[in-house]
Design a protein around this ligand. Structure first.
Ligand code: HEC
Ligand code: HEC
Ligand code: HEC
Ligand code: HEC
Ligand code: HEC
Ligand code: HEC
Length: 266
């Protein structure tokens, strides 16, 4: 049997209880096997969504019309994850969708990409599968399924990658480790005193320009200012993905230090 629509409706009734069967659900948009559905169900079951009572209908039923949606888009995430959706659409990864064009694929890239990945599309399902919403694979392994430039491939040789390896046993990526996402999709604290909330800035262009933005917003959470600036403006060190200590000394920093010394008289 490949009655995807019917199976989903049954499962949604079963899982959400309150799900209302709508006569306008219409014919299934595509067919899927029982095994496929079972796999999706299992991925969802152990996800953060299942724990938070976000179920099949939360994404597969249109909010306004209550119609069944076979392949939801980022619109289905927006009511609960506004920041993630809005920031994704502003960066290189998402801007084509924002502009109403077909999603970005590695085939369109100037940067070196994995050959097997040429036709993969970029959306919310690409790095963290929408059913398992696994943010650990999303932060490094997922990136490397597409990115194949020297900087990306060198990440594994860095001390940052060792810290990341130590993190793998935790259920959620910690703030002590450094992944690709730490630098390129940084966490933003948008919480208030009474309501703590940390969200991920999904705009992958944001920390690239100007370059010192990453030094201030990311590196300086862990390193001093001089170390951070001397590292980030050293092109070879960036290509090596910070796999050695910085050797450059920025002359501006030297000048600031000299004038500080003169001013304080020691
Ligand atoms: C967090 C939102 C969300 C939840 C919860 C969710 N889905 Fe999905 N589902 C999606 C999105 C988005 C897609 C489209 C993925 C893509 O772009 O290919 C999708 C695609 C699918 C597909 C077809 C593609 C595939 O991955 O096999 C099936 C089948 C499916 N969902 C079934 C389910 C079932 C059954 C449940 C409940 C156990 C469920 N979904 C829960 C968002 C969700
Ligand atoms: C009905 C609200 C709702 C919808 C719709 C929804 N989510 Fe979520 N999502 C949540 C909640 C609640 C959590 C758990 C938050 C937490 O633990 O801090 C969560 C957590 C997540 C996480 C983090 C998982 C983790 O391990 O911390 C990701 C990634 C995620 N959602 C992606 C999506 C995507 C992609 C979509 C759309 C396809 C989507 N969500 C749709 C409510 C929603
Ligand atoms: C489906 C493939 C795919 C995945 C997965 C992916 N990317 Fe990309 N990424 C691309 C493509 C394609 C581009 C555009 C490259 C170009 O135009 O040369 C890009 C561009 C970028 C850029 C450059 C942005 C700019 O404005 O120039 C950065 C940084 C980046 N990705 C980081 C990441 C990180 C970090 C991850 C994982 C969290 C990731 N990417 C996952 C395909 C992917
Ligand atoms: C380029 C890879 C990539 C894409 C594409 C992507 N995400 Fe994420 N997302 C991540 C990573 C990596 C994390 C975890 C980062 C961390 O732990 O610091 C994350 C975390 C999240 C979280 C939990 C933190 C938060 O901000 O609440 C949510 C929710 C989320 N993503 C939603 C989405 C939605 C919605 C889309 C589509 C608009 C999307 N993601 C597309 C890589 C991606
Ligand atoms: C410690 C921070 C850091 C980590 C970790 C890191 N990067 Fe980068 N990345 C940078 C910096 C800095 C640049 C250079 C920005 C510039 O050219 O101005 C860069 C550049 C890039 C670019 C090229 C952007 C362009 O337009 O040339 C891509 C793609 C990229 N990184 C992907 C990744 C991936 C994938 C990973 C993980 C495997 C990763 N990065 C890990 C800091 C980092
Ligand atoms: C979450 C904390 C954290 C963040 C964020 C971070 N680092 Fe690191 N970094 C570390 C730790 C810890 C080490 C290992 C120090 C050691 O072993 O001596 C390290 C090591 C390094 C090294 C030396 C590598 C070596 O082989 O000795 C460089 C260079 C470096 N980081 C640059 C950066 C830059 C540039 C950024 C921002 C783009 C950054 N780091 C972001 C924690 C961080």
């Amino acid at each position: 049997m490949k009655q995807w629509g019917i199976w989903l409706v049954i499962m949604m009734c079963f899982l959400s209880g309150a799900f209302v069967l709508d006569a306008a659900l219409g014919p299934p948009a595509f067919a899927t096997s029982d095994a496929e559905l079972q796999a999706v169900q299992e991925q969802w079951q152990s996800s953060a969504h299942a724990l938070a009572d976000v179920n099949c209908s939360s994404c597969h039923q249109a909010e306004q019309t209550k119609k069944f949606v076979a392949l939801p888009t980022q619109e289905s995430c927006k009511s609960c994850h506004t920041e993630a959706v809005d920031t994704f659409l502003l960066g290189k990864h998402g801007i084509r969708i924002q502009e109403g064009e077909s999603p970005l694929t590695p085939a369109m890239a100037h940067l070196p990409m994995q050959t097997e990945a040429q036709d993969r599309v970029m959306n919310c399902n690409t790095c963290h599968d929408v059913h398992s919403v696994n943010t650990q694979t999303a932060a490094v392994d997922a990136c490397l399924t597409c990115h194949n430039d020297t900087h990306s491939q060198n990440f594994q040789n860095s001390k940052h990658a060792q810290l990341w390896q130590q993190d793998i046993k935790l259920p959620r990526p910690s703030a002590q480790a450094v992944s690709c996402a730490t630098c390129h999709l940084p966490r933003h604290d948008i919480g208030t005193k009474n309501k703590p909330q940390v969200v991920v800035n999904h705009n992958n262009t944001y920390t690239l320009l100007p370059r010192d933005r990453m030094a201030k917003e990311v590196c300086m959470n862990c390193h001093g200012m001089e170390y951070a600036f001397n590292s980030i403006f050293d092109d070879d060190l960036v290509v090596s993905n910070f796999a050695r200590p910085p050797t450059e000394k920025l002359t501006t920093l030297e000048m600031i230090r000299a004038s500080e010394t003169k001013r304080s008289g020691n």
